[in-house]
Ligand binder design. Structure first.
Ligand SMILES: Cc1cc2nc3c(=O)[nH]c(=O)nc-3n(C[C@H](O)[C@H](O)[C@H](O)COP(=O)(O)OP(=O)(O)OC[C@H]3O[C@@H](n4cnc5c(N)ncnc54)[C@H](O)[C@@H]3O)c2cc1C
Length: 495
């Protein structure tokens, strides 16, 4: 055990990355420890939406009465929407290389009964929240325009449609890379970041904490003034390591998506609606494919919650057949699928957790300078990082001087493909240690219909001498990548 850190951040997903970046920039001597690779948890299983926040208006039943009857809930929906719009404006302006605009359509059906004036009001409010002026491009279509709109052809009950709205949503092209960008930028400013280093113990140490990790080089203990627990759906496991008897803060929700090829008329058009049980449901363009979901069920951090089950795939197909009966999608049309356990803030009586996104300072529960983040989202990760850094600052002064934060993306030379230059760069400069880490998280390979399987051999050939893999270890790593791809994505391609 050596020096004392100001903060140890537990986890290496998007929230830990943002927390570590903001703490480091604020002058805190920070160490981040991730048990697997950075961005390999829930942050790699998302629907990739830099969502404008429109769906926060629907939990209240789209009714003004619901907002008036429960003003606290109404205000929290507004606050989530405000943060979504601010996060969208900030990210789209500062990191345009990592997002793309998409047109989304929302049908106005007799069943969802959204009046046009309410839709206009919601968009007006969102525009007011938009500090950076990234346009929403709201268009209201009449019933006859909606009936002629390509993305609505084949919609159940199209004849009864009252109209539609279209607007601009943004898609994170590559969330895993945003995690890597954020951690690497923070490393440039002095963050010490360890991947493949699970935290195995947290205990009190005088005024601060002692954190034990199992690093690739062996067990390691560090002392720190603060612990910032950003372990996603696993936050309660980390807090329990202290032996403290605190309340459960996380209640996860498993989300599942499927990838399919829809008829040509849908190309490039997104679709935003709700399931038959009232949950958000999207058809999201992905090149010439679409991914469809999410289907949500209660979750923990077990491996089963990071794989789509047959029942969940069928549930999505069933929703699709209710929406677009003529398309007739079956399991044979599913090119691949994925699932993840989204962290949610625990609330009694809410089985899928609440939508609240919040930092918790456990100082008053006998755990001084121990912070936990719950419900963190990709789309508002910078806000999460700022709030955690501010929570730490309310308790502790940084030991170093602040530096300006750098949100620009980190480009990999020749980084849009597998090549000697790109693979060498990510191994030597970005702590890549596995084929999945090289292909899916640091290079944009592995989310197309072939799931990156054809590129695995070439990437392994280049990485082997850099990572000291023998020919037998190289073959094992290629086989591991293939098996994990089949296990986690249920591909319909010959593998
Ligand atoms: C299907 C689905 C769709 C989604 N769609 C969207 C979307 O469109 N837009 C959006 O903004 N959000 C979306 N989300 C939510 C979003 O993905 C998550 O909320 C976000 O990625 C959570 O990030 P995180 O850093 O909290 O968790 P994670 O990314 O899971 O990071 C936590 C990390 O902690 C690590 N860890 C656990 N235990 C230890 C330990 N003992 N030691 C060290 N490290 C440890 C884990 O390995 C993990 O990497 C979606 C989620 C799902 C499941």
């Amino acid at each position: 055990m050596t020096e004392i850190h100001d903060a140890v951040v537990v986890g290496g997903g998007i929230i830990a990355a943002a927390a570590a970046q903001h703490l480091t920039a604020a002058g805190y001597r920070t160490l981040l420890a991730e048990r697997g690779d950075y961005g390999s948890g829930t942050s790699s299983r998302t629907s990739r939406l830099q969502h404008c926040g429109l769906s926060y208006f629907s939990p209240a039943g789209n009714s003004i009465a619901a907002f008036i009857l429960n003003p606290r809930f109404g205000l929290s929906c507004m606050e989530l929407t405000r943060r979504a719009m601010r996060g969208r404006a900030e990210f789209v302006k500062s990191s345009p290389e990592r997002v793309r605009p998409l047109t989304f359509v929302v049908p106005l059906t007799p069943d969802n009964a959204i009046p046009v004036w309410k839709a206009r009001l919601a968009f007006k409010m969102m525009e007011i929240f938009d500090a950076g002026r990234v346009p929403l491009d709201l268009r209201v279509l009449s019933a006859s325009q909606a009936r002629a709109y390509p993305g609505l052809q084949g919609l159940a009950d199209l004849g009864r449609i009252r109209g539609a709205i279209t607007f601009t949503e943004h898609q994170f092209i590559w969330p895993e890379r945003i995690v890597i960008d954020t951690i690497m930028k923070a490393r440039d400013q002095g963050l010490e970041a360890l991947n493949y280093s699970p935290v195995t113990g947290v205990s009190r140490d005088g005024e601060g904490w002692r954190v034990t990790m199992q690093t690739p080089g062996g067990p390691c203990e560090v002392r720190t003034r603060a612990v910032v627990n950003c372990a996603g759906v696993w936050v309660d496991e980390i807090t329990a390591m202290t032996g403290a008897n605190t309340v459960k803060l996380n209640s996860g929700a498993k989300g599942t998506n499927i990838a399919v090829r829809l008829p040509e008329r849908f190309r490039g058009i997104g679709f935003d609606t709700v399931t038959s049980t009232g949950m958000a449901f999207y058809l999201i363009p992905w090149g010439d494919l679409h991914y469809i979901g999410p289907w949500d069920t209660p979750a923990t951090g077990t491996r089963e919650n990071f794989r789509a089950s047959g029942d969940e795939i069928d549930a999505i197909l069933n929703e699709m057949s209710l929406l677009f009966p003529e398309i007739g999608l079956t399991r044979k049309d599913v090119l691949y699928s994925w699932a993840g356990a989204r962290p949610r803030t625990a609330r009694e009586g809410q089985i899928l957790g609440s939508m609240e996104v919040m930092e918790h300072d456990l100082t008053h529960q006998g755990m001084p300078n121990f912070f936990v983040f719950t419900g963190g989202l990709l789309m508002t990760h910078r806000d999460a990082g700022r709030r955690l850094a501010a929570a730490v600052a309310r308790r502790l002064k940084p030991s170093g001087a602040p530096q300006p934060i750098d949100y620009s993306v980190r480009l990999v030379p020749d980084g849009d493909r597998v090549s000697e230059t790109s693979v060498m760069h990510v191994v030597q400069n970005e702590q890549a240690r596995s084929l999945a880490g090289i292909l899916r998280r640091r290079l944009p390979v592995g989310w197309e219909a072939d799931l990156g399987l054809p590129q695995a051999g070439e990437a392994a050939r280049i990485a082997a001498p850099l990572l000291g893999w023998s020919p037998a270890e190289t073959a094992t790593e290629i086989e591991r990548f293939r098996k994990n791809t089949i296990l986690n994505f249920n591909p319909a391609i010959p593998a």
